[in-house]
Design a protein around this ligand. Sequence first.
Ligand SMILES: [Zn+2]
Length: 67
Amino acid sequence: MKIEIHVNCIECDGYGFVADRHPNDPSCQMVCCSECDGIGSKDYVDDYDSIVDAKEDWPNAVSFTYI
Ligand SMILES: [Zn+2]
């Protein structure tokens, strides 16, 4: 069955925004994360027999949904 895997964005750690340069730089600004479009998470869809099987492949996932 198809399972949707919800994973925190690796680029922004789930915040949805990232620093555009080193945070110690005074002109540093937080900008919308281009990796997840500011959502903070990414969804993947894959075929698994159960959520348990999906968890083995996605140990860092936030949640799983049957679709
Ligand atoms: Zn992101």
